[in-house]
Design a protein around this ligand. Structure first.
Ligand code: FAD
Length: 431
């Protein structure tokens, strides 16, 4: 009998690893582990991600029970849980889908070592991306550090059959017949339901058709909200890429950004902790705690920044254009280390994806592999004029905007801009 271990692929349909496990013809018992190594580090006991995973697991379990099987859900450190399962069941091997984050890779190495002794298979599949690890390399055989040539090679290498679904649902007869198993409650794991719902993705044709024209306007609900679903695998990336091919090349390019950042973090895992470009590793950040707090709370006196931070704090989402504006403001106008902002987003974002978050923060800070030049600094007022001229988005999140209750700008942008450029130049000179 095989175990199929669900992680960031919480769906039964078009699931590569599950399909391959079922296709062996052996009986397959699906499992999910609430990983205490991750959960114990979360400070918010009403974490919307935990809630979303919990709901997705509950759905999966129901679907599997309809098939006469179950989803075995455990809570603990994965290696410990797996040791217990090896004692409880006659396990011949574990199948799962690959996860490229540094922590996940370490965890999987531990699991692999654990299974080595009894000589059990630990087989991992590509599922969350079209191209992984070293599948897209430059002509000299090295990983791409710049997006545009990566994208070109990605598109050249792509064949439509690569996005064909894995028909896992055709082999459900191979799911192990099992009595229903208990699901630990959120409370047993020390969590409470969150008040933030995860919106369903909006993949309607009209959204994709007008995407290119409207994607930068935060007042319109004009992007797909697919990100948390790709993060947890409730939607398959293959399905998304096929839709993109039919309806919007601009949107396809966003999906390629996601894969670009994934391969970047895979090849350069230390970029999660330090600036990709060595010359920016010693910027003299101001790191003023009070300034940081005002940014977190959306009380900077810059309305687009404040609207974005308030949207994030109350919904777990922020529009991409506004993410760029708030990130630039924190790093350049306040001269606060991008890692502080990255960590705050990591705590709050429903779609938190380490590769995309680190990659985009480093892009905004100008310290990344393919970043905007450090001296190109967003002017937060011009961003309002370009992208929220009628203040519709701003008023939605900052009702006191335009009244005496709204704070004065906390810095003078032109001064802050010069100060940032000087700090970056100094770091380059010292490098
Ligand atoms: P759409 O515009 O409909 O795009 C479709 C999909 O393409 C997204 O769901 C996402 O998977 C991918 N995508 C789009 N833009 C990007 C991008 N710039 N980089 C990588 N992938 C992208 N995205 C995350 O998924 N997780 C994060 O933790 C994250 N952190 C970010 C931090 C900063 C500072 C910035 C500037 C961007 C960040 N992004 C992150 C990228 C982007 O903002 C979100 O993916 C997007 O806003 C999600 O909304 P959507 O699903 O409606 O996107």
């Amino acid at each position: 009998m095989l175990l199929f271990w669900f992680r960031r692929d919480l769906r039964l349909h078009d699931n590569a690893g599950l399909y391959h496990a079922l296709e062996t013809g052996k009986q397959v018992l699906p499992i999910f582990i609430f990983d205490t190594e991750i959960l114990d580090k979360l400070s918010n006991r009403r974490d919307a991600r935990v809630d979303f995973i919990y709901q997705s697991i509950t759905n999966l379990k129901k679907q599997l029970e309809k098939e006469g099987s179950t989803l075995l859900v455990r809570y603990g450190k994965p290696t410990e849980v797996i040791k217990e399962l090896l004692l409880e069941y006659e396990v011949e091997g574990i199948y799962t889908n690959r996860d490229y984050e540094p922590y996940a890779r370490e965890r999987d190495e531990e699991v692999k070592a654990l299974l080595k002794e009894p000589s059990l298979d630990f087989i991992r599949f590509k599922d969350s991306v079209i191209f992984e690890r070293s599948e897209i390399l430059s002509l000299s055989g090295t990983p791409y550090k710049v997006y545009t040539p990566y994208k070109k090679t990605w598109k050249k290498a792509f064949k439509e059959k690569m996005a064909a679904p894995f028909p896992s649902e055709q082999h459900h007869d191979k799911l192990l017949s099992h009595h229903k198993t208990p699901l630990p409650t959120l409370q047993q794991m020390g969590f409470e339901p969150a008040d933030i719902p995860t919106p369903d993705p909006n993949l309607a044709e009209e959204v994709l058709h007008r995407y290119e024209d409207t994607r930068n306007l935060p007042a319109l609900d004009a992007t797909t909200r697919l990100s948390p679903h790709l993060r947890f695998g409730t939607v398959s990336v293959r399905e998304a890429v096929l839709l993109a091919l039919q309806h919007s090349d601009t949107w396809l390019q966003e999906l390629i950004w996601r894969e670009f950042f994934m391969q970047l973090l895979f090849h350069f895992p230390t970029s999660a902790q330090e600036s990709f470009a060595p010359k920016f590793r010693h910027i003299a950040w101001r790191n003023n705690e009070e300034n940081f707090q005002r940014w977190c709370e959306g009380k900077t006196g810059f309305p687009l920044v404040d609207a974005g931070m308030r949207e994030l704090n109350s919904t777990g989402f922020m529009h991409n254009r506004v993410r760029m504006v708030v990130a630039s403001f924190l790093v350049k106008d306040l001269l606060i280390d991008w890692r502080w902002g990255e960590a705050y987003f990591a705590e709050k974002l429903l779609d938190y994806e380490q590769a995309s978050n680190v990659g985009n923060w480093q892009w905004a800070a100008g310290t990344g592999a393919d970043a905007q030049p450090y001296f190109r600094i967003f002017n937060p007022d011009n961003q309002v004029k370009k992208f929220d001229k009628a203040h519709t988005y701003i008023r939605r999140w900052v009702p006191e905007f335009g009244t005496s209750a709204y704070p004065e700008p906390m810095v003078v942008h032109s001064m802050a801009r010069d100060r940032a450029i000087a700090a970056y130049k100094k770091a380059i000179a010292l490098a």
